[in-house]
Design a protein around this ligand. Structure first.
Ligand code: SF4
Length: 389
């Protein structure tokens, strides 16, 4: 299949707010639970190990009109909780047997609370991610949380968790992560063959599929993209930062590309990339603790992770330099506290390092991109001509 056909099929599945791929999985796996997970990070292998399908929920994007969802929230917060509730109240998430709300921000915490009230018949779990990175404290706590979630899923009808199944699921997840890294490497080296707007769709599809199936998609895309006829374009190389939860419309990514920006790295779909490198399994260690330890030891610097002793923005500066990027585009969802509270410190670090950046905001249903095109076009021209923004 051509890269274009794979991307088109991935888009149709990602855009399907009725969760067609999840219904298909449930038909093929009678009795299996579908477990919705809100951004950013929920350990997917744990869910697969109990015979369930983890389903990443990113709201309604630009596919749904918000009518009832708005009535549950004040106006000055982001969009994703409204559209997620809109989908749920309209019955479009009925195929989900449970929901997990990881601790990102107050908005997700409140959404989890509302879920319990609105859908008391469904399992609803709040996942506290540790903000203490001492293994004996945060690691132990996180492993305890994961055991608790596995027990709750078992009570809801999933298989009991056992070490063998979890080790197998982690190994399959590591194969997927290696495939995703190969796609990312192609995007970094030859973005004209694997543009970010395509890689985004292929990565996001993984939130709806078992890891093994997603790996096949990634490998097929990699083969097709490597072999496609494409010529290098004189674009600037940018890192996109801030869109790790509510996702921008695809049109925004395409607009940035058309305006001369090759997005060689981003934090879209951060959940699949939160742990840097493979999940580290160790002989004789409880594999649940291996999951927790990998997050503690290898979790990337994100806005939802407490950074106490280090300087905010240092990791971003290092990443820009390692990748040979020309600059940074900050793109946060409007009213996203974690992204927007981090941004000034990251901007200051970039300014000290003399790395150009530009800043924009979006909502998942933003429909007009002319301003973005002009701003990104001016940014890429200035960086190309003078090396500054
Ligand atoms: S977009 Fe930002 S503020 Fe909104 S739920 Fe996500 S992390 Fe929280």
């Amino acid at each position: 299949m051509s890269a274009e056909s794979l991307v088109a099929e991935a888009r149709s599945q990602v855009d399907d707010v009725d969760l067609g791929p999840v219904h298909a999985w449930k038909r093929a796996n009678p009795g299996g639970l579908a477990v919705g997970t809100m951004p950013i990070y929920v350990p997917r292998p744990l869910i697969e190990a109990v015979g369930a399908l983890p389903v990443a929920i990113f709201g309604g994007g630009d596919q749904v009109d918000i009518i009832r969802g708005d009535s549950y929230f004040q106006s000055y917060i982001c969009h994703i909780p409204r559209s997620t509730l809109e989908l749920a109240l309209g019955g479009r998430l009925d195929c989900l047997d449970a929901m997990i709300f990881p601790s990102i921000c107050d908005v997700i915490r409140n959404l989890g609370g509302m879920w319990r009230l609105l859908f008391p018949e469904k399992l609803s779990v709040y996942l506290d991610l540790p903000q203490t990175f001492d293994l004996a404290v945060g690691g132990r706590f996180f492993a305890h949380e994961l055991h608790r979630i596995a027990s709750l899923l078992e009570a809801a009808g999933a298989r009991p968790l056992n070490d063998e199944a979890l080790v197998a699921a982690i190994r399959v997840e590591n194969v997927r992560r290696a495939a995703l890294e190969r796609v990312d490497a192609l995007r970094r080296a030859e973005p004209w063959r694997a543009p970010a707007s395509e890689v985004y769709l292929l990565a996001r599809l993984g939130g709806l599929l078992p890891a093994a199936e997603h790996t096949r998609w990634l490998e097929d895309y990699l083969t097709a993209a490597q072999g496609r006829a494409a010529r290098p374009v004189d674009n600037v190389r940018v890192v996109l930062v801030g869109a790790f939860c509510e996702q921008p419309p695809l049109g925004l990514l395409r607009t940035l590309e058309k305006a001369g920006c090759d997005i060689i790295e981003d934090d879209l779909q951060l959940g699949l990339r939160t742990i840097e490198g493979p999940i580290d399994l160790r002989e004789g260690e409880d594999p649940v603790f291996s999951l927790a330890r990998s997050w503690i030891e290898r979790g990337g610097a994100t806005a939802s992770r407490y950074i106490g002793d280090d300087e905010k923005g240092r990791a971003l500066v290092e990443r820009v330099r390692t990748l040979g990027a020309d600059g940074v585009v900050f793109a946060a969802a409007s009213f996203c506290d974690p992204a927007l509270l981090d941004q000034p410190m990251q901007e200051a670090a970039l300014a000290r390092a003399k790395i150009p950046y530009t800043t924009l905001k979006f909502a998942e249903n933003t429909g007009q991109f002319q301003v973005v095109r002009e701003q990104a076009g001016a940014f890429s021209d200035a960086v190309k001509l003078w090396g500054i923004a």
